[in-house]
Write a protein that binds this ligand. Structure first.
Ligand code: ADP
Ligand code: MG
Length: 701
C-alpha cells in the first residue's frame, strides 16, 4: 500500500508544482516521494532560543529573531545589485540582505507581516545584517510539525536562488508525513530491533526529520545508519554465498609432489605465521568446490610473492596451469627472475610474456601453453590477449590489484570454459571493515606480519633548504656500499613541467655525484621498455649507486642493497603512495632511511601526511589516516563502487557500526540463508525490493 504511494512522482506532492519538481529532480535527484523521504539532513540546529536585535553580539553566529520587514531598497554595487530589507523587532532594527533571487523575494515576502528569521548575523558599518536569511511567517512557524531541533538539508545555490530554501524543504517533508500519517513499514526484524534496542522505522523517520529531542534524534540516526549499512552488507554477503553455491570451481584436492618437495627442501626461509595462515586459507578455498575469489592484502615486503608461488604449485600438483600478472614490465621481469631459481629447483616450466616479448618467443609460449607443457606464465597485460590460450588454467594471480580494472579481472575468467581460481594481491592495505564493504565479492586474507629481522625504516622530513646535508648523508651511505633511490613526482607522465623537474633534478644530482666515482641510473615512463630494463638491471646488479626515477618504481621493485629512499616534492604524493615508495628500501639487513623532501610552505594536510610517515611504519594505520584525509571516494579502485555512496552512514566515522551491521547480516544469513522465516519477512521484503533499484535507499519503506 505504502510502496505504491512512495513511488509516486514528486510532482504530485502538495506544494510542488512542475517548476519545483524539475528543480528537485535536477538539483537533488529527488524524483519520487521516497527520494524526498530519504533526503537526510546534513546537520541540525537548535532553535529553542529567540534573540532580540538589541541583544545581538558581534560574535553571534546563527540566531533566530521575530519581527517585521518595514521596507525594501535595492543598492547598486560593483557587481550586480544587493536587495536590502529593513527588519525590526520591539527593540531595534537591522538589515536582511540578498545578493540573488531578488524577484522571488519581492514577490513573496510581505511588508509588516510577522516573520521568524534565522541565519548568521554580520556586524558591518555599525549595523547588524543577516545575508540570505531563512524566513517563515510566524503563523506558519507556530502551526508546524517541526520542533526546536531543526534539520538542515543538503541544498544547492540554484535551489536557494529559486526560492527552495531549507524552510521549503521542511514544509514539503511535513506535507509528506501528514499524507502518510505514520504508516512507514518496518524493514528490520523484531529480534534485530530488540538486540540493538532500535526504535521502529516509523519513529526513526519521523525523528530524523522532526526530532522531538536530542535523545530521539540520536536513536533515529543510529537506527537509520544501521539499516543502511546492514542492507549493503546483506546484499554483499548474499551475493558471495550465491556465487559460491553456483560457480563451481576446480577442486584441487591433492597437495602433491611439487608443493611438498618445495616446502620440505627448497623453501628459502621459514614462512611467517601469517604466510602459513594465508596459504592455508587459499588451499582450503581451492580445495572446496567453489571458485576462489580472494584478495590478499599485505604491506610492502610482507612476502606475498612466495605465497602466490605456493598457491601456483597446488594448481600444478592438480594438473593445472597457473598465471601471475603484474602491472608493469619491470615487476613482471622481477617476479620471473625471482621465481626462476625456485622453479628450476623442482623442475617446473615457467615463461615470461610481456609487450616486448619477441615473436618467436611468443609463438613458443602460445604453443606450450596450449599443449600444457608450460606450467606457469608470468607476465603483464599481455597475458590477457585473446591469442594467449591455456590448456587448462587453474589459477590466475593478479599482483598489485589496484592497477587492474574489474574488466581485466573478468577477462581472466573467460580464459577457460570454467573460471580459474583467482587471487588478487595488493600492498595498498585498506582497513578490513572497509575492504569488506568495498570488495564485498571477494574473500579477504591478510598478511599482518613482516618477516623477522627487518629493521624499521628511519623516516625523516627535510626542507629543500637542507639539501646539502641530505647530499652529504647520501655520500656517506654510498661510501658504506649502499644504494640510493631518488624519486620525483612524475604523477602524470605526460606533464611537461613534472618532466622538467625530473630532468633538472637529474642534472643537479649528476653534478653533485660526478662520474666516474658515482654511477647514476635513470628510469621514467617516457623511456623505451628496453632502456628502462637496461637501467634497472644496472642498478639491480649494483653497477650504479643512485637510481633517479619516477613512480614507475613504486610497486614491487626489490633491491635489498638499496637503503635510502629520497622522495622529492613529497607533499605532492598521497600517503599510500609515500608508504609504497618507502617500502622499496628496508629489504636487506642494513638500517634503511626514507627522506621526505618538501618546500617550506606546507598546508595542513601535507603536514599531517609528513608527520604520519615519520611516526608510523604500519601500512594499515597509514591507510586509516589517508582515508580520513581524503575520504573513501578517492581510495584507489573504489571510485566505481556504489557501496560508498551512502546517504546517512559514514564509512569512516561509523566503522564500528559497519562491523556490527556486517556481523548481524552474516548471522541472519547463516540461520536463514534464503530469508524465508516469518521473523525475517520484513528484511526479505526490503531485500527483494532493493534488488530492483540501484540505490540502497530506493526500496520500499
Ligand atoms: P611483497 O609482499 O611486497 O610482494 P615480497 O614477496 O617481494 O614482498 O617479499 C619481500 C622480501 O622478503 C623478498 O626478498 C622475500 O624473499 C623476502 N621474504 C618473504 N617472506 C620471507 C620470510 N618468511 N622470511 C624472510 N624473508 C622473506
Ligand atoms: Mg610484491
Amino acid at each position: 500500500m505504502a510502496d505504491a504511494v512512495l513511488q509516486k512522482s514528486i510532482d504530485y506532492l502538495k506544494g510542488v508544482g512542475p517548476n519545483r519538481a524539475s528543480l528537485l529532480r535536477s538539483e537533488l535527484g529527488i524524483h519520487t516521494y521516497q527520494d524526498l523521504l530519504h533526503l537526510f539532513p546534513n546537520r541540525y540546529i537548535d532553535r529553542t532560543q529567540f534573540y532580540n536585535i538589541n541583544s545581538l553580539q558581534h560574535n553571534n553566529s546563527e540566531v533566530q529573531i521575530v519581527g517585521q520587514i518595514t521596507g525594501f531598497k535595492e543598492i547598486q554595487q560593483k557587481r550586480g545589485k544587493r536587495l536590502v530589507a529593513t527588519f525590526k523587532d520591539e527593540t531595534a532594527q537591522m538589515e536582511l540582505v540578498w545578493f540573488r533571487g531578488h524577484k522571488w523575494i519581492r514577490e513573496n515576502l510581505k511588508i509588516n507581516a510577522t516573520y521568524v528569521v534565522f541565519g548568521k548575523v554580520n556586524w558591518f558599518n555599525g549595523n547588524f545584517s543577516m545575508p540570505h536569511p531563512d524566513m517563515e511567517l510566524k503563523s506558519e512557524f507556530d502551526k508546524g510539525l517541526r520542533t526546536a531541533i531543526q534539520p538542515l538539508y543538503p541544498s544547492t545555490e540554484t535551489l536557494r536562488d529559486r526560492g527552495i530554501s531549507n524552510r521549503v524543504i521542511c514544509k514539503l517533508m511535513e506535507q509528506l508525513f501528514l499524507q502518510f500519517n505514520g504508516k512507514f513499514e518496518e524493514s528490520l526484524s523484531e529480534p534485530l530491533l530488540n538486540q540493538y534496542k532500535m526504535i521502529s522505522k516509523n519513529e526513526a523517520l519521523l525523528n530524523i526529520h522532526f526530532p522531538k529531542n536530542q535523545n530521539l534524534l540520536a536513536k533515529a540516526q543510529f537506527r537509520l545508519k544501521f539499516e543502511e549499512l546492514f542492507f549493503i552488507q546483506l546484499q554483499l554477503i548474499y551475493k558471495n554465498l550465491v556465487h559460491k553455491a553456483k560457480i563451481k570451481g576446480f577442486v584441487f584436492e591433492a597437495v602433491g609432489a611439487n608443493f611438498n618437495t618445495f616446502y620440505s627442501n627448497h623453501l628459502p626461509f621459514n614462512l611467517t605465521r601469517a604466510q602459513k595462515r594465508v596459504i592455508k586459507e587459499i588451499r582450503s578455498d581451492m580445495g572446496s568446490n567453489a571458485q576462489m575469489n580472494r584478495l590478499l592484502q599485505g604491506d610492502v615486503g610482507s612476502g606475498k610473492t612466495i605465497v602466490a608461488f605456493m598457491a601456483m604449485l597446488i594448481a600444478i600438483d592438480n594438473g593445472f596451469q597457473a598465471t601471475m600478472m603484474a602491472p608493469t614490465e619491470i615487476l613482471a621481469i622481477q617476479h620471473y627472475t625471482g621465481l626462476k631459481t625456485l622453479c628450476d629447483a623442482i623442475g617446473i616450466q615457467m615463461s615470461l610474456l610481456t609487450g616486448s616479448s619477441k615473436t618467436a618467443e611468443r609463438k613458443q609460449i602460445h604453443s606450450q601453453l596450449e599443449d600444457g607443457s608450460l606450467h606457469i606464465l608470468v607476465g603483464t597485460h599481455a597475458v590477457l590477449e585473446d591469442k594467449v590460450k591455456f590448456k587448462n588454467l587453474g589459477l590466475a594471480i593478479i599482483d598489485e590489484q589496484h592497477r587492474f580494472g574489474v574488466a581485466q579481472r573478468s577477462k581472466l575468467w573467460r580464459k577457460n570454459n570454467s573460471p580459474p581460481h583467482i587471487l588478487v594481491m595488493t600492498a595498498t592495505p585498506i582497513p578490513r571493515t572497509l575492504a569488506m564493504s568495498v570488495y564485498g565479492d571477494l574473500d579477504i586474507s591478510i598478511i599482518d606480519e613482516l618477516p623477522p629481522g627487518r629493521k624499521p625504516i628511519k623516516t625523516v622530513h627535510r626542507y629543500d633548504s637542507n639539501r646539502l646535508k641530505v647530499f652529504r648523508f647520501i655520500k656517506d651511505e654510498i661510501q658504506k656500499g649502499r644504494q640510493i633511490y631518488i624519486v620525483y613526482p612524475l604523477i602524470n607522465e605526460s606533464q611537461k613541467l613534472d618532466f622538467k623537474d625530473l630532468m633538472d633534478g637529474y642534472e643537479s644530482i649528476s653534478r653533485e655525484f660526478p662520474m666516474p666515482t658515482y654511477q647514476i641510473s635513470i628510469v621514467h615512463g617516457q623511456m623505451k621498455a628496453a632502456d628502462k630494463d637496461y637501467e634497472m638491471q644496472r642498478f639491480i646488479k649494483g653497477e650504479t649507486q643512485i637510481m633517479v626515477a619516477t613512480t614507475v618504481i613504486e610497486v614491487g621493485v626489490n633491491v635489498p642493497n638499496a637503503s635510502v629512499m629520497v622522495i622529492e616534492s613529497a607533499e605532492r604524493f598521497g600517503l599510500s603512495q609515500l608508504h609504497q615508495l618507502r617500502g622499496r628500501v628496508g629489504r636487506g639487513a642494513e638500517q634503511s632511511y626514507c627522506i621526505l623532501m618538501t618546500g617550506s610552505k606546507l598546508g595542513n594536510d601535507s603536514k599531517t601526511r609528513m608527520a604520519t610517515m615519520v611516526t608510523s611504519g604500519d601500512g594499515f594505520e597509514i591507510a586509516e589516516v589517508d582515508l580520513k584525509l581524503r575520504g573513501p571516494g578517492d581510495l584507489m579502485g573504489t571510485q566505481q563502487s556504489g557501496v560508498l555512496r551512502l546517504k546517512i552512514a559514514n564509512i569512516i566515522q561509523d566503522k564500528e557500526l559497519l562491523g556490527i551491521a556486517r556481523e548481524s547480516a552474516k548471522n541472519i544469513l547463516k540461520e536463514d540463508p534464503k530469508l524465508i522465516s516469518p521473523m525475517n519477512r520484513p528484511i526479505n521484503a526490503t531485500y527483494v525490493a532493493m534488488g530492483t533499484y540501484k540505490n540502497i535507499w530506493n526500496y520500499i519503506s
